[in-house]
Design a binder for this molecule. Structure first.
Ligand SMILES: *Cc1c(COP(=O)(O)O)cnc(C)c1O
Length: 444
């Protein structure tokens, strides 16, 4: 029988874990625990020694409907007996066609063409390459720069880091990167006394306008995370920013790329976050939750206009990008099952009630002397903790795990991104344990 100890020792010998200084896992009294997981069920992760953890962050924001969901499991079993994978160059199959059609319909037909990859960073790279190449095909070869928003995160490959403004991930590789221009963030926390979130959005849009006025001839696209910049600490902004940015991109002939890898698929309260600004992007990047957290899958959706820029007799004017697993049938089937759950189970409506419950459970923390900026949009809630302890985040994480919940603060920001199948009682449990973990971490 496998035990926690046995598996974690083997893991530390053979597996290089992501986003981790491996030495922090070393030794009997490791600063950072490594948690072996035997199985998952709903919101719960079970280890080998009889403990369980409530997955309060949907395992890095991917498991929208928790773990081992019966509908997605059944859909994958059926797909396995039909077709696991086929090359997508020169061949096609039902799951990839159905998924492309259904996603296009969800954008009201405005983004009718789906390009497939396997992870979010690749989706970012595809959107950047497509934007640049489409301008080039239109005779605007001088449009070869990109703009990104301060604090934005779009993945960690070398190309994606160029539009990622998170020092911890980017600075070590600065010498390798051709950085994009960074424009002001509309983060509502930047409001001066008497300013509203809309005021901050308008101020950031004015700065964007000045930048575009000067540089638009060199700029192919602006890339944004609509409504919530997740990876840099759940920075939230008013939809007004997206409305204004869309208008400016139209006025100055610049593509708008919406990276909804984290905020798409219902997380922000609407199926796509950009819907809340009543705009349409030129490119939409999806990944993370789209496969229900089952299989690596990412999608870049774009418009007829962009598609037409590549449609030509000349091979070199085509978009020749590819990944080995492009359009993997199992991953597309998992995504179709995920969309089925949205369609059949009124997920967006149900989430509204769950989000309200999460908000009211968290409300008492608004008065905590060391809590600032308690904020929420849809199924994301967050607050910032006032603490000088550089290890606050680790202390909180360890205390939370010890009390049976998985929450991973980003710096001093504690956030909640639970699976959509969480029950009101489980929300209460999560917030109660998080509050206790906060107190314990602040005492250390
Ligand atoms: C996670 C994330 C990415 C990168 O996705 P990976 O699959 O981790 O490469 C890109 N953009 C946003 C907004 C993300 O949250």
């Amino acid at each position: 029988m496998t035990s926690n100890r046995e598996l974690l020792e083997r893991s530390l010998r053979a597996v290089w874990h992501p986003c981790t200084q491996m030495k922090h896992h070393a030794g009997q009294e490791a600063a950072l625990p490594l948690v072996p997981i035997a199985r998952g069920q709903g919101v719960w992760l079970h280890d080998f020694d009889g403990h369980r953890y409530l997955d309060g962050i949907s395992s890095w924001w991917v498991n929208l409907f928790g773990h081992c969901h019966p509908r997605i499991n059944a859909a994958l079993r059926a797909q396995l007996d039909e077709l696991e994978h086929v090359i997508l160059a020169g061949f096609t199959q039902r799951p990839v066609v159905e998924l492309s059609e259904r996603l296009a319909a969800l954008t009201g037909g405005s983004l009718g063409h789906c390009f497939f990859a396997s992870d979010g960073a690749s989706a970012t790279e595809i959107a950047l390459k497509m934007s640049f190449h489409s301008w080039q095909n239109r005779g605007h070869g001088d449009k070869r720069e990109f703009l990104c928003v301060a604090g934005g995160y779009h993945g960690e490959t070398v190309g994606a880091l160029a539009v990622t403004d998170v020092a911890l991930f980017r600075d070590a590789y600065a010498a390798l990167i051709r950085p994009a221009g960074v424009v002001d963030s509309p983060d509502a926390r930047l409001a001066a006394a008497g300013e509203s979130a809309v005021d901050v959005a308008r101020r950031a849009a004015s700065a964007l306008e000045a930048r575009l006025e000067r540089e638009h001839q060199r700029i192919a696209a602006l890339i944004v995370e609509p409504l919530i910049q997740c990876a840099s600490g759940m920075a939230m902004h008013d939809p007004e920013y997206l409305r204004l940015a869309r208008g400016l991109c139209d006025r100055y002939g610049v593509h708008l790329i919406c990276d909804e890898i984290a905020v798409g698929c219902g997380r922000s309260g609407s199926f796509f976050a950009h819907e809340q600004a009543a705009i349409r992007p030129d490119f939409l990047c999806l990944s993370k939750g789209i496969s229900g957290g089952y299989l690596p899958l990412s999608i870049v959706m774009t418009s007829d206009a962009v598609y037409a820029d590549f449609y030509d007799d000349a091979t070199s004017r085509g978009f020749l990008h590819s990944h080995s697993y492009t359009g993997n049938a199992l991953a597309c089937r998992a995504a179709l099952a995920t969309l089925d759950i949205f369609a059949d189970e009124r997920v967006i409506e149900r989430n509204e009630l769950l989000a309200r419950h999460l908000g009211s459970c968290l409300q008492p923390l608004a008065g905590h002397p060391q809590v600032r900026h308690l904020r929420q949009r849809g199924m994301i809630a967050a607050f910032d903790v006032v603490s000088d302890d550089p290890l606050f985040s680790r202390h909180f994480y360890v205390e939370a795990l010890a009390s049976g919940i998985l929450l991973r603060p980003i710096g001093n920001t504690v956030y909640f991104m639970p699976p959509y199948i969480i029950s009101p009682g489980e929300i209460e449990f999560l917030v109660e344990r998080a509050t206790a973990a906060l107190e314990a971490a602040l005492r250390r």
